[in-house]
Design a protein around this ligand. Structure first.
Ligand code: COS
Length: 383
């Protein structure tokens, strides 16, 4: 039976994350957004709090917390700033959790401590200019030459790509084998042939770094076996989608908190606008969506902590929470009226930042196809 009661330790960690978000992240979010500034000092503070790699075992420099606790941390950081939440999701879920699960002992010892401490950032190189939803159809190629793997190709929309010391790169070793030919490589970025270009003018996540990567005959360290690449990518996304969903609960909660506060301060017709039924309807809609999203995230986390299959439930949580974040941020602007349209209040940033979450780590449409396939047993994905 799912137990939604938090332990004392979980409450304490949530309070610590909440205080940290309010004290350090919230005050810097607007300026970083305005200036398109990737705030590496703040990233280091997040790492110093133990919030990078929180689910990594302590022996490798992590905090060894469970998935439920991880969601509590990510929700608070997401409420503060989605650009910083993206750093946590990418480093912790996409990169560290993959190395924990698939890396050799040597690879774990080499990379995990420096990723958890913030000494190094890591990025996740799956998507390519021509390969998004159809993740198995990669153009990046890897070949073994004199016992070493050499990789060439390009990656697109890579969060933290310009700042990472490590790139997890997915590449095809034998196109005839399709997804069974994919392999995953640990690629140090400080080598000849590895170049990056920053992507600017995004709608949101302006305080986050986004890059295009070019790999020209770079050397990679194989993680897992040749042929494991697709499974590694999908298992990384099982954790990454969960993290995005938890961050979106933070956007929902932040939109709600800001709207309640504003609706009590703002008066029209000589009454606080929160006393009007149509404003309360918007608040109630936000409450319901926030609670429902959190419940779905906690259920997926509970399954993960029990070691049970959670792919479908993670897709359900990701689909619902990301769409809810867009709707709650949009309602938040509606409650704020004209004031919500400028960045004096966080709601317009919430909307711009939420918008990418129904795209990255699998679009809402991909989540629906995964859910539909699981429930019908019929594959609606193109064969
Ligand atoms: N964990 C481990 N292995 C998994 C898995 C998971 N969550 N999901 C699938 N696999 C394995 C399957 O077991 C299967 O293994 P075998 O070949 O041994 O049978 C293999 O991977 C293929 O799985 P599946 O049949 O589900 O793949 P499909 O091609 O039908 O579907 C989708 C793949 C569309 C679901 C996948 O490509 C996807 O999620 N696309 C979106 C990609 C994405 O999120 N991109 C964003 C990048 S990060 S910003």
């Amino acid at each position: 039976m799912i137990d939604f009661e938090l332990t004392d330790e979980q409450r304490l960690i949530r309070q610590t994350a909440r205080d940290f978000a309010d004290g350090e992240i919230v005050p810097r979010a607007r300026e970083n957004d305005r200036n398109e500034h990737f705030d590496t000092e703040l990233v280091q503070q997040i790492a110093d709090m133990g919030f990078l790699g929180a689910i990594v075992p302590e022996e490798y420099g992590g905090r060894g917390v469970d998935y439920r606790t991880y969601a509590l941390i990510v929700e608070e950081i997401g409420r503060g700033c989605s650009a910083m939440r993206t750093v946590v999701s990418v480093v912790t879920s996409l990169v560290c959790s993959s190395i924990v699960r698939w890396g050799s002992e040597e690879q774990k010892q080499e990379w995990l401590p420096q990723l958890c401490s913030g000494e190094s950032l890591g990025c996740f190189g799956l998507t390519e200019p021509d390969t998004g939803s159809d993740a198995a159809n990669l153009k990046t190629r890897a070949k073994e030459v004199d016992g070493k793997w050499r990789i060439s190709g390009g990656k697109m929309w890579i969060s933290l790509g310009n700042y990472s010391k490590l790139a997890l790169v997915f590449a095809q070793t034998d196109p005839e084998k399709k997804h069974k030919g994919l392999a995953c490589f640990l690629v140090p970025t400080d080598q000849p042939g590895f170049t990056t270009q920053a992507i600017h003018h995004k709608l949101g996540l302006k305080g986050s770094d986004t890059a295009e990567l070019a790999l020209d005959d770079v050397e990679g360290d194989l993680m897992g076996e040749v042929g494991d690449g697709f499974k590694i990518a999908m298992s990384a996304l099982d954790s990454g989608r969960y993290s995005v969903a938890a961050g979106c609960v933070g956007i929902c909660q932040g939109s709600l908190d800001a709207s309640i506060a504003y609706s009590k301060e703002r008066t029209q017709f000589e009454r606080p606008i929160g006393s009007f039924q149509l404003v309360q309807e918007m608040i109630a809609d936000m409450v319901v969506q926030t609670e429902a999203a959190r419940g779905l995230v906690w259920r997926a986390g509970w399954l993960k902590d029990q070691g049970k299959p959670s792919t479908t439930e993670t897709s359900i949580a990701k689909l619902y929470a990301t769409e809810a974040a867009v709707k709650c941020a949009d309602l938040g602007i509606q409650v704020h009226g004209g004031s919500g349209y400028v960045d004096d209040y966080p709601v317009e940033r919430y909307l711009r930042d939420a918008r990418v979450t129904t795209l990255y780590e699998g679009t809402s449409q991909i989540q629906k196809l995964i859910i539909g396939r699981a429930y019908t047993g019929l594959n609606a994905l193109v064969p």
